[in-house]
Design a binder for this molecule. Sequence first.
Ligand SMILES: CC(=O)N[C@H]1[C@@H](OP(=O)(O)OP(=O)(O)OC[C@H]2O[C@@H](n3ccc(=O)[nH]c3=O)[C@H](O)[C@@H]2O)O[C@H](CO)[C@@H](O)[C@@H]1O
Ligand SMILES: C=C(OP(=O)(O)O)C(=O)O
Length: 420
Amino acid sequence: MDKLIITGNGPADGEVWASGAKNAALPILCATLLAEEPVTIGNLPHLQDITTTLELLGHLGLEPVMGEKMTIQLNGAQVRHCDAPYELVKKMRASILVLGPLLAHFGHADVSLPGGCAIGSRPVDLHIRGLEAMGAEIRVEGGYIRARVDGRLRGGTIFFDTVTVTGTENLLMAATLAEGTTVLENAAREPEVVDLAECLIAMGAKIRGHGSDTITIEGVERLHGCYHDVMPDRIETGTFLVAAAVTRGRVRVRRTRADLLEAVLAKLEEAGATITSGDDWIEADMGGRRPRAVNVRTAPYPAFPTDMQAQFVALNAVAEGTARVVETIFENRFMHVQELNRMGAKIALEGNTAVVTGVERLSGAPVMATDLRASASLVVAAMMADGESLVDRIYHIDRGYECIEEKLQLLGANIRRIPG
Ligand SMILES: CC(=O)N[C@H]1[C@@H](OP(=O)(O)OP(=O)(O)OC[C@H]2O[C@@H](n3ccc(=O)[nH]c3=O)[C@H](O)[C@@H]2O)O[C@H](CO)[C@@H](O)[C@@H]1O
Ligand SMILES: C=C(OP(=O)(O)O)C(=O)O
């Protein structure tokens, strides 16, 4: 297992680029299953989760054609099997995103239940209930979701009890080929849902309202090929900007978009960063100042994203003052707290709230990555700690951060990978 060794060396200073967004690329790759013709996806990030998705699509029969600059062409007409086996789903929960497209296009799908993960139980009941409301017959047996439909799925109104990102994406994809009109209410407004909808529209789908909490889809009989570039990764962008805040430095992120990160940028400003941005870049400059503590409460977009919570716990760990960080989306997303405390942080957990009292300095320590964003918070904290930190189990970070050590080196970090 690879590890990262980081020696805290003061302010991050420099420029880095944002890769394509993992959480947009995954549903978009799965959406290619809906088309009758080749779909080409550009700006794909080079990540373990993308490799896992291509493995899964390969298992279904698709033969990805790699182009230049992380461009991949996939042809939904090549599907030979309609099952997502446990071996692949256990590596990546987002494999559930093949359920809607397979069912809508081929009338059946057997997808392993993803189960929980380090951050929570993460059920998929709303995906299943929504597809049933569209006429699918679904049995859950032997750890698999077995879904069938006679003819086409049927449109209807579906109300989500809870805002679910991949749930919205699964039903959005399924509805594109359904008979009649589907209305998704209390739908996720996340920018990744919008990016998926735009790719589907380029494939010939009839969708309106994406980006709001009511999405209307008029089903069509077939979808065609298209070219689509994946949007920039707002969470990766935010993580680099937090690195500037934690280390009292200055970081400019290129190939990104400030409009995707309003809640995060507002919190960085509250912490004392000067934020400037242009069409495709954002800069955070702390001017050598220690960050101020900032309260954070996670909630669905456009509120503060749960995927940035761990990084803001790291920021507050070295800030002036005490902050309350409230996690409202996942019931167990504080695994980084114990590890940060091993580095000298003062964080107390009270139910779904981390009460973080900033300390002047952290000290390097061996720590363990437990999930994707927890790993990012440990890496960022280690950049500001005295001495050396060894971050173990970084396969979590490789799921979602492209070339993490090379990119942080561009910002001046003393970080290297030890292959395991
Ligand atoms: C691949 C991807 O895009 N992952 C993102 C997606 O995960 P994911 O789509 O899995 O997260 P959801 O939005 O579905 O989860 C939100 C909440 O709804 C609950 N829920 C969800 C579905 C369901 O059927 N029943 C149910 O109860 C979940 O347990 C959770 O408490 O959105 C999360 C919330 O922004 C992000 O942290 C993840 O990075
Ligand atoms: C939780 C995340 O991803 P996933 O839903 O793939 O586990 C994340 O990207 O922070």
